[in-house]
Design a protein around this ligand. Structure first.
Ligand code: PEP
Ligand code: MG
Length: 553
């Protein structure tokens, strides 16, 4: 039934406009499907159909050379044929339990059993059981197993996470809408990385209405238009075309040097967490990866990831990075990225240092998989020099064991304590990278999840003063300093970071062309001479006005 155009406003977390069909992934059917009824034959058919589908997908992966993925799918297919699992389901049904509940209970029982075992390998298979059970329930409910989204599509969900976007990044995803999340949350960072619009703060009832409808997702005007009129659609189509010609204009300068209008050379890298982002960055001719976020694939993990899980997630990323500089940031489980098993524990680097086996597992995988690139290790949430020395000791031993040269070890300066200790940290670090996302939030007393926290706030004089101090400490210590927070990609902040002394930027892959284009139009000497005046302004708004008036945005 057509209801006519409906407009819903939200908060723009990643800019842009998209016109597509809305698609709500069916992520957790477990609760809803418990009451499903079916007979034994239907249950057996559902599991057999899952097993066959997994086998087919596994064979497809193998022909693409993705052997590890193929092995996982084959193992899951074997679970779907497991007689013991099926018999447990069937006997519960014989005792009067509805098929849906019987499947859920048997799945949980088998998964819990595996989770209680010593062997890390077997513990990891618990997740495979849950996947198989979930798929069988979907088949039984008449849903298509893994129903593919339409193409192109806008993802809609109450809680769109970074991994939800990455999983379907190359399947026609052109935008996303979520109830929860903020501009500085990691889903927003990934959306900006992929160059797709994201709108947050949308009422779940509206999400349900939109499912399956055509929508205009207009993050530039912070509105979602459900069932757009012909006029609204034509306007959106025109703006999509304009954005694409703007991108083409920026891309024309891809092969020109990233240097300021007055000839100061700048290094331009990109931030990634997945293979599709690497491809976007390389196409835009980055010099390397300035931040590889390694924690995003594990945000729902029940235990610390093992070495083999790290290998699985790193391999596709490094496959494209032969001989390229890559700064691998060790897992940063903090703020909006704390997995269930850490909810009451330490966060960030402290959590890793408190779990040396987890640290070693990650170092072993990074050093081995990363040997094809020019890999450096980067530490998140550093406060004190002793933390860096502790990791360096582990790194030295692991590099020796794996048989690779000891990589450079740098740190993220993203906490006020790190800025205070910048001089002593420069003595034990090989490079600094300013994490303006966390630093801005900490200096201005905001939460990362705050819907008002955004990259442009790094223009606040208090934050800029931290950048100036960090650059001075790096220069005194003879080490380089980059910015890998999202402020580097913000037109209002970019000239200020250059003026403060930053010559090395790592930005979202989708922003690389634009940042290069802007750098080439900024006069470093003009902005350096304005810096003193800017640092005396009252707040971020005053700085934005100044920058706009000076004509840099
Ligand atoms: C930052 O804090 O600026 C940063 C780059 O790290 P993350 O966004 O992953 O916390
Ligand atoms: Mg950070």
């Amino acid at each position: 039934m057509k209801l006519g155009e409906r407009r819903v406003s939200g908060i723009a977390a990643s800019p842009g406009v998209a016109v597509a069909a809305a698609w709500q992934p069916r992520r957790d059917p477990t609760a809803a499907l418990g009451s499903l009824t079916a007979d034994e034959d239907a249950v057996r058919d559902a599991f057999a159909s899952v097993a066959n589908a997994l086998l087919r997908l596994g064979a497809e992966m193998r022909t693409k050379g993705l052997d590890e993925e193929a092995a996982i799918l084959t193992a899951e297919s074997a679970i779907a044929r497991d007689e013991e699992l099926l018999n447990t389901v069937v006997s519960a049904m014989a005792a009067g339990v509805p098929a849906g509940t019987a499947i859920q209970r048997a799945g949980e029982e088998f998964a819990a059993l595996l989770e209680s075992l010593e062997s890390v390998y077997l513990r990891e298979r618990a997740a495979d059981i849950r996947q198989v059970v979930r798929r069988a329930l979907l088949v039984l409910a008449g849903e298509h197993d893994n129903a593919p989204p339409p193409k192109p599509f806008v993802m809609m969900d109450a809680d769109v996470g970074p991994v939800d976007l990455l999983e379907v990044a190359d399947q026609g995803l052109v935008g996303a809408v979520s109830l929860r999340g903020g501009v500085n949350a990691h889903a927003a960072i990934v959306a900006r990385s992929l160059g797709i619009p994201l709108l947050v703060g949308i009422d779940p009832a509206e999400l349900a209405i939109a499912d399956g409808c055509d929508v205009v997702l207009d993050a530039d005007r912070a509105v979602l238009v459900i069932d757009p009129s012909r006029v609204a659609r034509a306007d959106a189509d025109r703006r999509v075309a304009e954005a694409s010609s703007r991108r083409e204009r920026f891309a024309l300068e891809r092969d020109l040097a990233p240097e300021t209008a007055d000839g100061r050379r700048v290094v331009l890298s990109c931030n990634v967490a997945s293979a599709p982002e690497v491809a976007i960055g390389l196409a835009a001719r980055v010099s390397g990866v300035g931040l590889l976020r390694t924690e995003l694939p594990f945000l729902n993990a029940q235990v610390w990831p093992t070495e083999s899980l790290h290998r699985q997630t790193l391999t596709p990323v490094f496959a494209q990075l032969d001989d390229v500089p890559v700064a691998v940031r060790l897992m940063d489980f903090s703020n909006d990225k704390v997995p269930p098993f850490l909810t009451r524990g330490l966060e960030g680097l402290d959590a890793l240092l408190d779990n040396p086996d987890a640290l070693r597992a990650q170092l072993a995988a990074v050093l081995d998989v990363g040997r094809r690139a020019r890999t450096a290790i980067m530490l998140p949430m550093v406060r004190r020099p002793e933390q860096v020395s502790a990791v360096r000791a582990e790194l030295r031993v692991m590099a020796h064991r794996i048989g690779v040269p000891e990589p450079r070890l740098g740190i993220m300066v993203e906490l006020p304590e790190a800025v205070e200790n910048a001089e002593s940290l420069a003595q034990v670090s090989d490079f600094f990278s300013l994490g303006t996302n966390d630093l801005t939030a900490a200096v201005l007393g905001l939460s990362r999840a705050d819907q008002g926290a955004r990259p442009a706030l790094a223009a606040h004089p208090k934050v800029l003063a931290c950048v100036v101090a960090t650059c001075a400490a790096a220069s005194a210590g003879g080490i380089s300093v980059s910015v890998c927070g999202d402020a580097g990609g913000d037109p209002l902040v970019l000239p200020l970071l250059l003026a403060a002394g930053v010559r090395n930027f790592s930005v979202s892959p989708a922003r690389v062309d634009e940042v290069r284009y802007r750098i080439r139009r900024i006069s470093l000497s003009d902005w350096t001479s304005r810096l003193g005046e800017i640092l005396r302004l009252a707040d971020a708004e005053a700085v934005w006005r100044y920058v706009e008036t000076a004509g840099a945005s």
